[in-house]
Design a binder for this molecule. Structure first.
Ligand code: PLP
Length: 408
């Protein structure tokens, strides 16, 4: 019998803690998720019986619509529980291609679509396929916190373009032009944005897209909040301006936000076929297919009309208006009126605290969980998610007001 010493070690927690493990450079450079840390602390406090108000969440507080659940249940009952094609079932890839035609006026063949285990997984795949050491990826800040970490995991270097509320958190064409070098591989465009809720106008998107086409820089366009828009804001995909724009763009999307399917883990990309093929290849050696019966739910989500959305948008609109007005009325605080997603990103710089200090004291003193802007590359702000009930919003913002009044 072979001696299996390694499993003795691995199964013994005492030995593990004594081991001096050399981790890969890849993972050494990785910053742990601040949102998850805040969430863990808030959950701990809740479990201890404390009345915590959570503004940290990045998911709708609504349930997945029944017609989607029913489709997945039916798939389970019919035994649709085996491996599928790595890039997703043909039915789902076609439903995704049809969605892009119907909603965005974009022609994609099913072979240009890859379904993955969430939008995050799709972004990871894109980065693994396109980027390596020596490459630069342009990331406007405030950014969704996983972008720079995924860029680093691919061995590439994030190049951060700073913006603030004075420019509605949007980069200028000059900023993009100046940042592009011979090493630039990818430009990440996220509109509507997490964490700011900023939405670029179609003209602004076109200008940024034109620059990328001219300079031959690929665009990763993260459109996961496409359906969550307010005050007449419109979404226009950068891929939709011309064939050249489409050829230069990888659209990332997913079902997490507008269908409230965060736990289903279903996202997708649409890209030039050569890129889609490589992504499918990477996926075939990592996760394989997204969960079989979740894909059937995904087909229902994309094929059926989004009748659930109007009610959700009505609730988000009301909460956003209340929260934005309330935050703006707090002495010392100002709040950009976001146009998309379900986040507000108020400026806390007048209180003389870093965003981490602000949020950890807010949690300790007022039992309110918000996310420090530092996690998104913007230390003068905090992120408030209004994907929670109006009652919680009123209570939580009253507490934030009390906290702020003590600081001035
Ligand atoms: N992109 C943005 C901007 C996000 O905010 C998120 C989730 O918070 C994702 C992508 C990934 O979503 P998921 O992996 O849950 O589909």
């Amino acid at each position: 019998m072979a001696i299996r010493r390694e499993s003795e070690t691995v199964n013994n927690p005492k030995l593990i803690s004594l081991m001096n493990i050399d981790f890969s450079q890849r993972v050494e450079a990785l910053a742990p998720s601040v949102t998850l840390a805040i969430d863990a602390k808030a959950k701990e406090m809740k479990a201890a019986g404390i009345d915590v108000v959570g503004f940290g969440t990045g998911q709708p507080d609504f349930d997945t619509p029944d017609f989607i659940k029913d489709a997945a249940k039916k798939a389970l009952d019919e035994g649709f529980t085996k491996y599928t094609a790595a890039a997703g079932i043909p039915e789902l890839r076609q439903a995704i291609a049809d969605k892009f035609k119907r909603e965005n006026g974009l022609d994609y063949k099913a072979s240009q679509i890859v379904a993955s285990c969430g939008g995050k997984h799709s972004i990871y795949n894109v980065m693994m396929v396109l980027c390596e050491e020596g490459d630069e990826v342009i990331v406007p800040a405030p950014y969704w916190l996983s972008y720079p970490e995924i860029v680093k995991l691919a061995g590439a270097t994030p190049v951060i373009l700073e913006t603030g509320d004075e420019t509605d958190f949007k980069i200028t064409p000059d900023q993009l032009r100046e940042a592009i070098t011979s090493k630039t591989r990818l430009f990440i465009l996220n509109s509507p944005s997490n964490p700011t809720g900023a939405v670029y106008t179609p003209d602004e998107i076109k200008t940024l897209g034109d620059i990328c086409v001219e300079k031959e820089v690929l665009i990763l366009s993260d459109e996961i909040y496409e359906h969550l828009l307010y005050d007449g804001a419109v979404h226009k995909s950068v891929a939709s301006f011309s064939q050249a724009h489409q050829d230069q763009t990888i659209i990332v999307h997913g079902l997490a936000k507008a269908w409230s399917m965060t736990g289903w883990r279903l996202g997708f990309i649409a890209a030039p076929e050569a890129i889609a093929k490589k992504i499918a290849a990477i996926q075939s050696h990592s996760t394989s297919n997204p969960t079989s019966f979740a894909q059937k739910g995904g087909v229902a989500a994309l094929v059926e009309p989004m009748t659930h959305l109007a009610g959700w948008l009505e609730a988000f609109t009301e909460r956003r208006a209340y929260a934005c007005d309330k935050l703006s009325s707090i002495p010392g605080m100002s709040c950009y009126r976001s146009l998309g997603a379900f986040y507000l990103f108020p400026n806390i710089s007048k209180f003389g605290l870093s965003s981490s200090e602000f949020c950890s004291r807010l949690l300790e003193e007022e039992s309110v969980a918000a996310v420090p802007g530092l996690a998104f590359g913007a230390d003068e702000y905090i992120r408030i998610s209004y994907a929670t009930s109006m009652e919680q919003i009123v209570k939580g913002l009253d507490r934030i007001e009390q906290f702020c009044c003590r600081q001035v």
